[in-house]
Ligand binder design. Structure first.
Ligand SMILES: O=C(O)CCC(=O)C(=O)O
Ligand SMILES: [Fe+2]
Length: 316
């Protein structure tokens, strides 16, 4: 038999001291291993709790502050859905035009002014026009009044650049439809805000916009910044947006957001939907970044100042 590898055990009163020592060490190692495992588990639980609590806080914050005014699937008809807001003091710094200058401010949405078929015709018109060029970044515009069209990092004038050929792209009927729709939008804004439609004038810029998720290449592509139309565009007193595509199926992201002090309120675009509002700082807003697909809209705005009025777009 080979010699025992274990040291000789000292037996005192039937107690094997060596075994006691070895067991004691093992117990100590075991308990320190158990306690450090316990500590790690505790830390993981604490971390998990923190992550869950933060996530719950952030999502609850988000849902608290974002209210959907109108969803894409709803049909707002026959009456517009109107949300009144107190007019800002902005208007006091401008000349007043009785019968037009906002006395009542707010925002409204209607699906009863432009049909989905008309929106489709206008969308095809926008597609044809914007196919002539377009921005390198995610946001392109086509202004039928001035002729400005995004091209690469700049703009060209379609009427100058394409000359007579432009009549192969746009027909007289297209312009007629624009005029007709503009008139109906003007009427619904006047009725909603108690204005005399004859004292409202179309103003510039009035443009088709096409937005997709391509990264911005210039400032012109950065459509998502919060802004006040009266500040950005100067002449605007009433802004309207006619949507030509559907949130959720034609594109994702790209909701319109009113940024109020007590939270955000969104309008989900729907083809044929007209959203309109007084253009002062009571209606600070932004457009969410488009995350997928292509979003088409037309901005049609009105001024109370006849000097800032423009004529309807027309073929040259
Ligand atoms: O396209 C939109 O929904 C809004 C665009 C906008 O805010 C603007 O043209 O000033
Ligand atoms: Fe705007």
């Amino acid at each position: 038999m080979p010699p025992r590898a274990n040291p000789p055990s000292i037996s005192v009163d039937n107690v094997d001291l060596f075994s006691v020592l070895v067991r004691g060490n093992a117990l100590r190692q075991g308990s320190s291993w158990r306690s450090s495992r316990g500590l790690v588990a505790l830390l993981l639980v604490a971390l998990f709790t923190c992550v869950v609590a933060t996530w719950l806080y952030v999502t609850s914050l988000d849902s608290d502050i974002t209210e959907t005014l109108v969803s894409q699937w709803e049909l707002v008809s026959p009456q517009p859905r109107v949300y009144s807001v107190q007019c800002s003091e902005d208007y006091e710094n401008y000349k007043r035009y009785p019968g037009c200058t906002p006395q009542k401010c707010g925002r409204a949405v209607t699906d009863n002014v432009v049909t989905r078929e008309e929106a489709q015709v206008l969308r095809r018109l926008a597609e044809r026009g914007l196919a002539l060029a377009g921005s390198e970044g995610g946001a392109s515009i086509l202004d039928l009044h001035s002729g400005a069209l995004s091209m690469g990092k700049q703009f060209v004038n379609i009427y100058r650049y394409f000359g007579d050929q432009i009549s192969d792209v746009f027909t007289q009927e297209d312009f007629q439809l624009y005029r007709n729709v503009r008139g109906r939008i003007q009427a619904v804004i006047a009725e909603t805000f108690g204005l005399n439609p004859a004292l409202m004038y179309l103003t510039k810029p009035t443009f088709f916009s096409r937005i997709n998720s391509t990264a911005a290449k210039t400032q012109h592509d950065e459509y998502w910044h919060p802004h006040i139309d009266k500040v950005t565009y100067g002449s605007f007193d009433y802004t309207s947006l006619l949507y030509l595509s559907d949130y959720g199926s034609d594109f994702t992201g790209g909701r319109f957001v009113f940024m109020d002090q007590n939270g955000n309120r969104t309008v989900e675009p729907r083809a044929g939907r007209v959203s309109f509002f007084s253009s002062g700082s009571e209606n600070l807003h932004r457009v969410e970044k488009v995350t997928w697909g292509t979003r088409y809209a037309i901005t049609v705005s009105f001024t109370c100042d006849p000097a800032h009025g423009i004529s309807d777009p027309a073929l040259p």
